[in-house]
Design a protein around this ligand. Structure first.
Ligand SMILES: *Cc1c(COP(=O)(O)O)cnc(C)c1O
Length: 389
């Protein structure tokens, strides 16, 4: 069975929500994946910021296998050791007291946070233009792209939009009727958009002054992706709600809504629930991912390797600027040709993402080596030359 055979079967059986797949992948190892025709690719997207340890990492395999052989699933009438340990570990990494609610995805982590904000007695949420928070009805209501939202209105309401990174606009939008301000520390789906210095601190001041919650969506930026455990850490602020998912389980589906301080008491028995969220296998996988990031120095590696991409591509004439932190890398082009670059990169054996017509996004495994990064920069430089010519 070739790539084209599988693609045809896909189209006959799988719902057409994603368009035609770019390929049919059959195997992965480290930072590489192989397709059904045997072609090898360097994965510079990592399942969209998910495969923090790359593909087939023994630490995840061992943790999942051992946990599944011991205790695979229980109801949330009970708890398990890895669930408690992971909750404690996340609070430890974030450095503050709180309470954690586990989910299976990013959008569900945001649903939990959204419901928590309603328990403040206020309903209004202030969200940034360019934001992406997920596809379920609640998270979708907080997602900026009109084309995603319009077919599904009415969505849960009382949402105000502000330009991302604009402190004055935020200050003007937030009064004492606002339940929460929701921001990504770096906007991922918008193409790795970094706000001006001081923006998150200003958001913290503004929300505190008005008695509103500060909710940071770190589904893409969190769990080491930025070169720190959380992208907001360098701003020195303490948010009320932090949502994580993508990299948390290294490919095993898991998300979390981390509520700090008093926010940890907003959801009470009967307010929320999940069958699979926080299951022993998923939480064991996440513990293994975190332990490996710690033992292998992958936060440092993410910063070092991310800079190789940013520094290596910044001076190309087709590149306006490179953005991001750690291994969340944006490459902003001077022309709207990212679709051509993405296609050419795939043909050259590199998986990258054209987040917008002018913004490429890279989110490779945190285990990527200097040699792999330098090789990819050389290939991408050549591709940019060709696309420009
Ligand atoms: C991907 C993403 C989500 C949604 O996560 P899913 O697991 O796809 O539901 C939410 N917020 C941000 C910032 C994301 O990047």
């Amino acid at each position: 069975m070739t790539v084209s055979d599988w693609t045809e079967r896909y189209q006959g059986a799988v719902m057409n929500t994603f368009g035609t797949p770019q390929g049919v992948l059959v195997r992965g190892e480290g930072a590489y994946v192989w397709d059904a025709d045997g072609t090898k690719y360097l994965d510079l997207l990592g399942g969209i910021a998910v495969n923090a340890l790359g593909h087939g990492h023994p630490a995840i395999l061992d943790a999942v296998t051992q946990q599944l052989g011991t205790l695979g699933h229980i109801s949330n009438f009970f708890t398990s050791k890895p669930q408690v340990e992971l909750a404690e570990k996340l609070l430890d990494l974030i450095g503050h007291e709180g309470r954690v609610f586990f989910t299976n995805s990013g959008t569900e982590a945001n649903e939990a946070a959204f419901k928590a904000t309603r328990r403040t007695g206020r309903t209004r949420i202030v969200v940034a233009e360019g934001s992406f928070h997920g596809r379920t009805m609640g998270a979708l209501a907080l997602t900026s792209k009109e084309a995603y939202r319009a077919p599904f209105e009415p969505l849960p309401g009382d949402v105000s939009w502000v330009p991302y990174g604009d402190t004055a606009a935020l200050e003007a939008a937030v009064d004492d009727t606002v339940a929460a301000v929701l921001l990504e520390p770096i906007q991922g789906e918008a193409g790795v958009v970094v706000p001006p210095d001081g923006y998150l601190q200003a958001a913290r001041e503004i929300t505190s002054k008005q008695g509103a919650l500060l909710w940071l969506d770190e589904v893409q930026t969190g769990m080491g992706r930025s070169g720190a455990w959380f992208a907001h850490t360098e701003s020195g602020i303490v948010p009320d709600l932090v949502t994580v998912a993508k990299g948390l389980g290294g490919g095993i589906p898991i998300g979390a809504c981390i509520a700090l301080g008093d926010a940890g008491q907003l959801l009470q028995p009967g307010n929320h629930g999940t069958t699979f969220g926080g299951n022993p296998v998923a939480t064991a996988a996440a513990l293994a991912v975190i332990a490996t990031i710690e033992s292998d120095g992958l936060l440092d590696n993410a910063r070092k390797i991310g800079d190789i991409f940013r520094d290596g591509l910044a001076s190309h004439p087709l590149v306006a600027e490179t953005t991001g932190r750690g291994l969340l890398v944006g490459v902003v082009l001077t022309e709207p040709v990212t679709a051509d670059v993405q296609k050419a990169a795939l043909a050259a054996g590199l998986i990258i993402n054209n987040a917008t017509p002018t913004r490429l996004r890279l989110a490779p495994p945190l285990i990527l080596t200097v040699e792999q990064a330098e090789g990819a920069v050389a290939t991408l430089t050549q591709i940019l030359d060709e696309v420009m010519a």
